[in-house]
Design a protein around this ligand. Structure first.
Ligand SMILES: Cc1ncc(COP(=O)(O)O)c(C=O)c1O
Length: 400
């Protein structure tokens, strides 16, 4: 009765089972993976957020498939600030080339429908965000990895990227800043991706949901690809990371590139969006006021992320653990001592101490020895969890 695309692996992984078992026994879990911004006690400007949301309830329903013009204008201005900060040199993107959706995930789904026939393929970064595989499956699209390797920073594996393109490939996805590596595209890497896209007539999709968290100095980091014109380019962002409001359900897509391609894409996207009209009107009305709060919200966020990162960097000093450098995002990557045995460090840490981290395999890291921590965690939990984790790993490594 049910379609294969809606068939999912139901077996829980060993880590999830172990967390549930600990909780069932009443044992504590220090969750260093917590990344729900509404549950980590951040001092956000709540009354201003509430006022914006309430004001959004006024007025009648006048749907626009692309999103209300005032909301798209506000996105255009928000992204122009990112362009300015990153000195991208790309042209501003007009509101007519912006589409609002209920989430970034929905934006991905629309793009897969726009660009791929069933069975066609898209290249997705590895390591990265695990939802991409599901989005592909739901749209009958195969997601093939284009790997990057860590060596004094994350680098695109150029040979692997070229080799990954097939005659069925329709698009390349990049996540910048990447979740969880925190890597940001450099102009050189963007040019490389654009070259591959142009050569094989592919679209470029860049998930920039963490763009506001770029850490200074920006150097030559690409702050946003919005306005990039060398190939058909989609830049994705949303309230879930920009205003720490995943529950607000509003995201945006900015389309740029060769003019004819952009026009055709917008025409098709408009009809697709008209079929669902999924972005709620009150939140669109609230968007200009919410985006005005971004500097305040991001300042609070930055203090949390930087405070936790500083603590982590100090805590690993004089240990065999290593924190990889990050250019943005909400995560830190811990590299564990090498060589290690086949131990699943995340499972070991949880069972020994109750400290929950994400193992690298969760994000398709190759090889062992990676743990991913959320920098959003409340500082008290973060500090006690990190201390315990480092002690445990150091002792286990000394014993090995
Ligand atoms: C890289 C990346 N893109 C998109 C999303 C989801 O965004 P949204 O809530 O807008 O669907 C996430 C959520 O964690 C993410 O990490």
């Amino acid at each position: 009765m049910f379609a294969t695309r809606a068939q999912f692996a139901t077996a829980e992984n060993a880590l999830t089972v172990a967390v549930a078992a600990r909780r069932a026994q009443g044992l504590p879990v220090i969750d260093l993976t917590a990344n729900n911004p509404t549950r980590v006690d951040l001092a956000l400007p709540q009354s201003a957020i509430r006022a914006a949301l309430i004001a959004g309830l006024d007025g009648t329903y006048e749907p626009d498939p692309l999103g209300l013009p005032i909301a798209r204008e506000a996105v255009a201005q928000h992204v122009a600030r990112l362009q300015h900060r990153g000195q991208t040199g790309f042209a501003p993107v007009p509101a007519s080339q912006i589409l609002l959706t209920a989430s970034t995930s929905e934006a991905y789904a629309l793009l897969l429908t726009l660009l791929c026939n069933p069975g066609e393929r898209v290249l997705v970064p590895q390591p990265s965000y695990p939802l991409l595989g599901f989005l592909g499956q739901l749209n009958d699209v195969h997601m093939d990895p284009w790997p990057s390797q860590f060596a004094d920073g994350w680098h695109v594996d150029v040979a692997a990227l070229h080799a990954a393109v097939t005659p069925q490939t329709r698009a390349i996805v990049a996540v910048s800043p990447n979740n969880p590596t925190g890597a940001v595209l450099s102009p050189h890497e963007l040019a490389l991706l654009a070259e591959v896209c142009a050569k094989h007539d592919l679209a470029l999709i860049v998930d920039e949901v963490f763009a506001d968290t770029l850490r200074p100095p920006l150097g030559d980091a690409v702050a946003t690809v919005a306005g990039h014109a060398a190939c058909l380019t989609f830049a994705l962002g949303g309230l879930s990371k920009t205003c720490l409001m995943p529950h607000a359900k509003l995201a945006w897509m900015l389309v740029s590139g060769p003019q004819e391609r952009v026009a055709e894409a917008m025409l098709r996207l408009e009809t697709m969006a008209d079929t669902y009209l999924s972005a709620a009107t009150p939140i669109q009305r609230a968007l200009p006021a919410l985006l005005d709060l971004v500097p305040m919200i991001q300042t609070v966020l930055r203090e949390r992320l930087e405070g936790n990162l500083r603590f982590l960097q100090q805590a690993v000093q004089r240990t065999a653990l290593d924190v990889l450098p990050i250019a943005g995002g909400w995560s830190a990557v811990l590299r564990l001592p090498q060589p290690v045995d086949e131990r699943d460090w995340a499972l070991f840490a949880l069972q020994e101490t109750g400290v929950l981290t994400h193992p690298g395999w969760f994000f398709d890291f190759t090889g062992d020895g990676w743990l991913i921590l959320s920098l959003l965690v409340h500082p008290d939990d973060f500090r006690s969890g990190v201390r315990t984790l480092i002690d445990t790993v150091s002792r286990a490594t000394a014993d090995a």
